[in-house]
Design a protein around this ligand. Structure first.
Ligand code: C2E
Ligand code: MG
Ligand code: MG
Ligand code: MG
Length: 287
């Protein structure tokens, strides 16, 4: 109550829950027009190879600049868009932006720039994602192997057989599948078994305590080992300190992402001109 006293709103008259529901409905209505109004943007965060520190690709992360509320965090509006189905349209838009950007950076730098896009459970259940992805890749001329689609275990709360079929077909195109936020679900091992995947992303909550907390280090070491034996690539999420970086190096983790290496930023902030990122010397192939 004390918190709302200073605000000139209906809070005094409406019970908290009704107010929250109204806020949510307003926000949902605002989101419905956000795409057309140009309020959505995609930011890109680098993923690096720990062996040499080179950027191997980017993850596309959605941003919403609300005209009154300012930046609304994805954790607030994505679950909402998932609930009311808007995520399908928004997700298509993100995919289009991200694939186009990867194609531009690839052309500019002369080396294959990878791109990861988060897929929501509803996109996998409701949409012809396979057809969509094939179309978008073709439109921008991006090789399928440069695209990764990230899913969380939330996809298993829907029609599992359909989801698994879609993921198989996506891999059939040559797209890679990453299991995001690995370790946070109630049944991580079972989804690792059920979902066709190429990459495991270790959740930030485990990475956070690396080094300072013995059990977390043991857990991360086990996940890396497990991934290796299943021939999956590993990405550690949310690396913020040199200490975490060093421990991941000791554990022979292959890839990482985090504020230490780069924050999510709009595309122009990343420089991919050949002078900034020297292209590897490729042998010239003849006939
Ligand atoms: P995620 O896919 O696990 O993305 C990683 C989140 O961790 C991002 O938050 C990123 O900004 C944040 N992060 C990266 N490095 C660090 C770090 O070193 N420290 C800390 N504290 N955080 C770090 P963000 O952008 O707020 O996105 C949150 C979640 O929203 C994403 O988690 C993803 O689940 C969802 N999301 C974002 N964009 C999309 C989208 O286009 N489609 C769908 N379906 N979901 C999205
Ligand atoms: Mg992700
Ligand atoms: Mg994640
Ligand atoms: Mg997450």
């Amino acid at each position: 109550q004390a918190k709302s006293q200073g605000k000139n709103r209906l809070v005094r008259y409406a019970p908290g829950m009704a107010q929250a529901a109204e806020d949510k409905a307003t926000l949902a209505a605002d989101l419905a027009v956000a795409t057309a109004a140009g309020q959505l943007a995609v930011h890109y965060q680098p993923t690096i190879a720990l062996a040499d520190g080179r950027t191997t690709g980017y993850e596309a992360l959605l941003r919403w600049h609300h005209p009154q509320r300012g930046m609304v965090p994805p954790m607030e509006f994505i679950p909402m868009a998932e609930e009311n189905g808007h995520i399908v349209e928004i997700g298509r838009w993100v995919l289009e932006q991200a694939v186009r950007q990867a194609a531009v950076w690839t052309a500019e730098s002369g080396r294959p720039v990878g791109m990861a896009v988060n897929l929501s459970p509803r996109q996998l259940a409701d949409d012809d994602v396979v057809g969509l992805v094939a179309t978008v890749l073709a439109r921008h001329g991006l090789p399928a192997g440069q695209l990764t689609l990230e899913v969380t275990e939330g996809v298993l709360l829907r029609d599992v057989d359909q989801v698994v079929d879609q993921l198989r077909d996506l891999r059939g195109l040559g797209v890679r599948i990453a299991i995001d936020d690995f370790g946070t679900g109630y049944s991580s091992l079972s989804y690792l078994r059920r979902l066709p995947a190429d990459i495991v992303k270790i959740d930030r909550s485990f990475v956070q305590d690396l080094g300072s907390e013995g059990r977390s280090t043991t857990l991360v070491a086990s996940i890396i080992e497990l991934a290796r034996s299943l021939q999956l690539e590993v990405v550690a999420e949310g690396v913020e300190t040199q200490e975490q970086h060093a421990v991941l190096g000791d554990l022979a983790c292959s890839h990482a992402q985090g504020y230490l290496f780069g924050r999510p930023q709009p595309a122009p902030a990343h420089d991919h001109t050949p002078s900034a990122v020297p292209a590897p010397q490729l042998p010239v192939s003849v006939g």
